[in-house]
Every structure is written in structure tokens, then in C-alpha cells.
Ligand binder design. Structure first.
Ligand SMILES: [Cu+2]
Length: 153
């Protein structure tokens, strides 16, 4: 059986358990925080598991539904949450990186179509000179409101 077909079958199967994987890494709980329709820049989260024996260098992200995607990190500076754009990040061999509210997140900039709760979007992860497309689901906001997630350059 051809390798591409096998990976497609595996990917299709595990999407239902909320884990998506390829030979190098898997992602778990890939979600985008719902925002009011007037807000076109959204925050995305996931846990990235590198289950290979080499560093996973995540270079960039793209999606057909957003003009641009950046990797950000929220840090508290003098009591104020500020987001900093990150360059390519390295997840060491057999380690994980969690993107979660208050820490690392994807900044999905300028949505091309409105996304509501339960909608999904495809995000392509560019890593180690390869790419892998994963599905993110839009979920309701939990915890702190996304007030600091306005558009910024
Ligand atoms: Cu951000």
C-alpha cells in the first residue's frame, strides 16, 4: 500500500480522537478562540509533541482562511500582558510545546471568512523544510477575555 494513502488513513482516523499526527510530530487539542464578528484576528492553541529523535524546527504557519499567521508569546511586563512575535521555534527531540492562553499562541491575522464556534480551518505547519496541514476547530472562549488580542503590528 502506498505510503501517502496510509498516512491519510491514519490522519483521518485519529482526527476523531482530537490528535493529529505524522511521522515526526503530533498535535493535540488544536483550537481557535471564538471572537465577536467584528474581530478578524484570532488566537489559536495546541499542544505539539515532537516524537522524533531530532529537533522539530517550526518555521511558519499558513492558512487559506487568514492573510497571515504569527507565533506569539504573551508575557507579563510590569503587570501588563504583552505579546511578542516569535521567530522559528525549536521543540527538542521527544519533547512537547503547549500553546495556551497566557503563553505561546498562534496569532491568526485578518480572517478571510467569518469563523464561528464549531467551524474548522486548515493550518499548515512548515517545519524542518516540510509541511503538514492540520485542522483547528473554533471553540468558545474560556477563562480570561481576549481583550489584548487586537490587531497589532
Ligand atoms: Cu498574539
Amino acid at each position: 500500500m502506498n505510503f501517502r494513502l496510509v498516512s491519510t488513513l491514519i490522519l483521518t482516523f485519529i482526527t476523531f480522537s482530537n490528535v493529529q499526527a505524522n511521522d515526526s510530530f503530533s498535535i493535540e487539542n488544536a483550537w481557535i478562540r471564538e471572537a465577536p464578528p467584528t474581530i478578524s484576528t484570532l488566537a489559536g492553541f495546541m499542544t505539539l509533541h515532537n516524537h522524533s529523535d531530532q529537533a522539530l524546527i517550526v518555521e511558519s504557519f499558513t492558512s487559506p482562511d487568514f492573510k497571515q499567521i504569527e507565533l506569539h508569546k504573551t508575557a507579563i511586563d510590569n503587570g501588563v500582558a504583552k505579546m511578542q512575535k516569535q521567530g522559528p521555534i525549536s521543540v527538542p527531540a521527544n519533547q512537547s510545546l503547549t500553546l495556551e492562553p497566557g503563553g505561546f499562541h498562534l496569532m491568526l491575522i485578518d480572517a478571510i471568512r467569518p469563523l464561528k464556534v464549531d467551524d474548522t480551518t486548515l493550518v499548515t505547519i512548515h517545519y524542518n523544510g516540510h509541511k503538514q496541514t492540520m485542522t483547528f476547530s473554533v471553540k468558545k472562549t474560556t477563562g480570561t477575555p481576549p481583550s489584548h488580542h487586537h490587531h497589532h503590528n
